[in-house]
Every structure is written in C-alpha cells, then in structure tokens.
Ligand binder design. Structure first.
Ligand code: GTP
Ligand code: MG
Length: 445
C-alpha cells in the first residue's frame, strides 16, 4: 500500500507547528481533572515538537454536538484560527476540508477527547485549520517511538483502525453523499481506499500472529520460570526500576512513552531459581482502545507474570487516578487477578509527612525511590519473599556416581544442605515442577 498522505502537522517542519488545545468540561467533571488531562495532552504534543499557544475549555453538558464545541465558542475559536465559525455544508464542506489540510498557517487545533469522524470534519471546516483529537496524538507519539518490528506493526494496526472510518476522498464526494456522476466515482474511490486499508490490516495481523507464535515458543521454553512484570502509568519510573533490579541498560527518559516494547532480563544478582523481569509499555488516561487491542501481544508478559510490580509516581498529585487507569487496563488485558505489589516510586520527592501519610493510606505498598540503592534492595527482598512462598523443600539421595546432576541443577534449585554418607543426601528448595523433574531424572537412572 502506498504511504498514507501526510497532513499539515506531519509534513511541515514540526519545530514551528503551534497548537490550540480545546476541551469540553461536563458538569460532573472536576475542573482540576480537566486541566490535568490538558497538561498531559500538552506534554504529548511537546513530544511531537508541537507547542501549545492557547487553551479553550467550554463548560457544557454534552460532548456529542456536531462540531464538539457549542456555536458561540466555535465562532470565538474561529476568530483565532481564521475560519468562518460555521459548519460548512455540501460542496463548501469539501472545499473547506481541503483548504484546512493545505492551510499556510502552521497551526492545528487539538481536542482533548476522541472525536467522531463527523465532529472532526465539521470542526475542521468551521475553523479552517487541521484538527486532531487525543487519540490521533497518542497514536503519533507511539508511532514516533516504536523501535521494534512488533511495536511498529502494533501501532500501524491501531492507526489503520483509527483511520478506516475517517477515510475521505480529497477530490470527490464522501461515501455518505453517494449518487450519480462525480458522486458515484467518489463513492468508489472511498470504498477502494477502505478496501486497501482492510487488506493492509489483514496483512499486519498475519505478520503479528507469526511474531506472536515465535514469542509463544520462547515463553513456553521458560514456562515454569518465575516471572515479574513492571506495569503502570507512563513516566512512573518502570524502566528506572528495571535497571535497578536487573542492571540492564533499558531506556530511561523524562517523557511520556519512552518504552514501547517489552524487555525481559533476569534479576541481578541472579536469584535461584531464576526470576525474569519484564519492563512494559506505560499506560495513560483514555488510552485509545485500538492501542490496547493491538498491544495485547506486547502485554502478554504482564498477563503471564506471577507477580506484577505496579509502579506509581507517588510525587504526581494525580497518582490515585493513575492507579485506577492502570487497574482498568490490566482488567482489559485479562491480568486483573494476578498478584500485584503497589510500588510507590519517587519517594525522594516527598517530605517526611507525605511519606508517612502514604504509608498509612497504602499499608501493603512499598514506598521507594529508584534512585536509592537501599530501596532497590528492599524491593528485591520483597520479590524474593514472594517467590519463596512458591518453593517447597525436599531431601533426595544422590548416588556418588551421579553427583554431576547436582552441579547442573544449582541454577534451578536452592541447595539447603548436603550430607555425605553412603550416598549424598541433599536438601533442596525449588518449584514443585523443578523438584518433580529432579526426581524423574534420579529415578530414570
Ligand atoms: N526523582 C526521581 N525520579 C525518578 C525516579 N524514578 C524515575 N525517575 C525519573 O522519571 C522519569 C521517567 O522514568 P522512566 O523509568 O523512564 O519511567 P517509565 O515508567 O519507564 O516511563 P515510560 O517508559 O515512558 O512509560 C525519568 O526522568 C527518571 O529519571 C525516582 O524514584 N525519583
Ligand atoms: Mg519505560
């Protein structure tokens, strides 16, 4: 499939692109929440080198009006963008739509919501500039960060799903206006474009399935290995804790969605039996549904972990809402029942009183800083203690002739005691599976 056409904000030198962000605040929403969500949107845009120059919030009971904002607010905004402030109809709509996408002004309007295809078109027509919604922004941030083949495909799939209902033909009528002449040609072109997208989606799904099959094979080979997954809101400090726990050099950055793939490494120093740790993609408020769906295979590590480390930026005033977002996504991917340890990170940014209050609020949680070695050791001790519960102790007799077996098993079992008599009597601790395999080997001769 040819590369999709780039819109203004993607084509131009992004350093000079400016944005006006808009939001509707329904009566039940708290002012602080709306502003927090907007500042998150600004950060996402900053990640795309788009600077926010103005912010328009409308208090309103509905988010479903034809152009998202009410008529008065729409005209006010159009005065800033140079548009007419009216929703164009018929041939005017096509002209306005095209003009908006080819505008000379390096300005976009970004809604902090997922807009319907109609709302997006109407807003664009009335404002005379390109309009993006929150979903499109998140998809672009993901696309700009994807490094692995799998992540690229997952994002492409989510993006195609988003684009499919929004496909319009630049030069002919849209599919809703089908009829004779030019209109039916338009209909055909739109249908063809949609078919191409569907074909590409099928091809991407096939390739993802193949990748998933080999990943499943790898996972099978370590099916009885203890596994931990770091999950949580974006920028909470998951990758920093990954470094602390495993000594690996995963990317740590003060930006949203620094991590987009999954990295799996053993604990360092190694645990016996081995424990693997997975660092995963972060979550965000109103994570587009298409992304959750297409990231399912990436998030398999979280689904199959024995223990989840739910990492939270405890210094962020919004952390309680972020915990709920993470819990919701975990439920969506089928990991709600997995045992989770709440890790209240960035404690170094809190005062003593705040720390004490948090410890009272979340008695089971671990309050820590990824910057503090001792805190890393405390987390490690919690992980070791968790897996210790799953170990059983057993004493076996090993004939001297077979003592080689012991050396081989030292990374799968903890050797508690060795006594040398007529045979070697060894007391070991391990998973029931590993002990079963040892017994079978000894019995098998
Ligand atoms: N002060 C302080 N900063 C931290 C701590 N943990 C992480 N950070 C900083 O927070 C920012 C985000 O850290 P990451 O480890 O990349 O966060 P993440 O959860 O992996 O983020 P994504 O991959 O984007 O979802 C970085 O600038 C880190 O240096 C901490 O305990 N204290
Ligand atoms: Mg990360």
């Amino acid at each position: 499939m040819p590369a999709p056409k780039r819109s203004q904000s993607e084509r131009r030198n992004p350093a000079v692109c400016k944005a006006i962000v808009i939001a509707v605040q329904p009566p039940e929403a708290a002012e602080a929440d709306v502003h927090r969500s907007l500042s998150e949107l600004k950060q996402l845009l900053l990640g795309l080198d788009i600077a926010v120059v103005a912010e328009v919030v409308q208090k309103r009971s509905v988010r479903s009006s034809p152009a998202y904002l009410g008529e008065g607010k729409l005209r006010e905004l159009a005065a800033l963008t140079g548009g007419t402030g009216e929703i164009p109809r018929g041939p005017d709509a096509r002209r306005a739509d095209r003009a908006a996408r080819e505008q000379a002004e390096p300005l976009v309007v970004v809604a902090d919501d997922e807009l319907s295809p109609g709302q997006l078109r109407n807003l664009q027509g009335a404002l005379g500039v390109e309009v993006l919604d929150r979903t499109a922004v998140i998809l672009r941030v993901f696309a700009s960060r994807a490094r692995t083949r799998e992540a690229r495909l997952e994002i492409e799939l989510a993006r195609l799903e988003y684009e499919l209902p929004r496909i319009r033909d630049d030069h002919t009528l849209g599919d809703r206006e089908g009829g004779g002449g030019r209109a039916s040609r338009g209909h055909t072109n739109v249908e063809l474009a949609k078919q191409r997208i569907r074909d590409r989606m099928a091809a991407v799904r096939r390739e993802l399935e193949q990748l998933e099959a080999s990943a499943a094979q790898r996972r099978l080979s370590r099916a009885d290995t203890f596994r931990v997954a770091l999950v949580g809101y974006t920028n909470a400090g998951k990758s920093s804790i990954m470094r602390q726990l495993t000594g690996s050099e995963v990317l740590v950055e003060d930006r949203l969605f620094a991590t987009l793939g999954t990295t799996v490494r053993p604990l360092a120093p190694p645990a016996t039996p081995a424990v693997l740790v997975a660092d995963t993609v972060g979550f965000i408020h109103r994570l587009p549904h298409a992304l959750v769906a297409s990231f399912r295979s990436t998030l398999t590590e979280a689904r199959e972990a024995w223990l989840l480390l739910h990492v939270v930026d405890a210094a962020d005033p919004a952390f309680r809402a972020q915990i709920r977002v993470t819990e919701q996504v975990l439920a969506d991917i089928g990991a709600a029942e997995t045992e989770a340890l709440l890790v209240l990170n960035k404690a170094d940014r809190l005062g003593r009183e705040e720390r004490d209050a948090l410890a009272r609020e979340h008695p089971g949680a671990l309050l820590m800083s990824a910057l503090d070695r001792r805190d890393g050791d405390a987390l490690r001790a919690r992980i070791d203690a968790f897996f210790a519960q799953h170990l059983v102790e057993q004493t076996v007799s090993v004939p001297y002739a077979r003592r080689g077996v012991l050396a081989e098993l030292r990374d799968r079992l903890q050797v508690v005691r060795e006594e040398y008599g007529e045979e070697i009597s060894v007391t070991v601790r391990g998973t029931p599976e590993a002990l079963g395999k040892l017994a079978a080997r000894l019995a098998g001769g």
